[in-house]
Write a protein of this length. Structure first.
Length: 231
């Protein structure tokens, strides 16, 4: 039999393994560092469960972590690492709105890809970075399920698109005209409309603030924390 202290240690290890498995985090919501790192990888899963073989970030896991960041006085800043293909529109917007409404500074870093609904999450932070080889695909929303051929369906999709566009324009330097031009370009994607932006391209159009990696993201995070403290 395990002694009490050994049992507690075993329970702590099991809890840590479960957190890594389910949330990609070691300690929730009490990190020892003052900067909390949130990863958004694979597809963003919303109200419908994705197939088991899909790598997914579940929004019901992300939202409590963001609430914990806001509530925990030990956490002074948030870094978001993105490598996502996009996913559920409303789940992505929910995460984006929470990040943008934090009272603490945040920095996002796009590695690999920050496509589709990953774009609002990337621009929701106080400062955004993209790696030199990072990519972002700008395209109109897709719709799965029953489609009714009527003006009501079109109006619904149009309003959904306007929600996304409005958020991106509000939280980045891209203009509405430029965003729509990128979104409806026909020469970039073989079987779709839209534009692929690589590294500096995303900065040049105003979607992302700067090209950089983890070093630059952490340096900016420390600078924002010091500025908020008035140092």
């Amino acid at each position: 039999m395990l002694k009490n202290d050994e049992g507690l240690e075993e329970g702590y290890r099991n809890s840590g393994v479960e957190n890594i498995k389910e949330l990609g985090q070691i300690q929730i919501p009490e990190p020892t560092e003052n900067i909390f790192c949130l990863t958004v990888v694979g597809q963003i899963e919303g109200h419908q469960i994705l197939p088991a073989q899909s790598k997914a970030t579940k929004y019901e896991h992300v939202i409590p972590q963001l609430v914990a960041v806001e509530q925990n006085p030990k956490i002074e800043g948030l870094i978001i690492i993105l490598n996502t293909a996009g996913g559920d529109v409303e789940a992505g917007l929910a995460i984006s709105e929470l990040v943008s409404s934090l009272s603490k500074p945040s920095v996002s870093l796009v590695l690999g890809g920050g496509h589709s609904i990953g774009i609002p999450i990337a621009v929701s932070s106080s400062k955004s970075f993209i790696s030199p080889t990072g990519t972002m695909t700008v395209h109109p929303i897709r719709y799965t399920g029953l489609v009714i051929n009527g003006h009501q369906q079109f109006s619904y999709l149009q309003k959904m698109q306007e929600r996304i566009n409005s958020f991106i324009i509000q939280h980045s330097k891209v203009s509405e005209e430029q965003l729509k031009k990128l979104m409806f370009a026909t020469g970039e994607l073989a079987q779709d409309i839209g534009t692929i932006l690589i590294g500096q391209d995303a900065v040049d159009v105003g979607l992302i603030d700067a090209v950089g990696g983890l070093k630059e993201a952490y340096a900016e995070m420390r600078s924002l924390i010091e500025k908020q403290k008035g140092i």
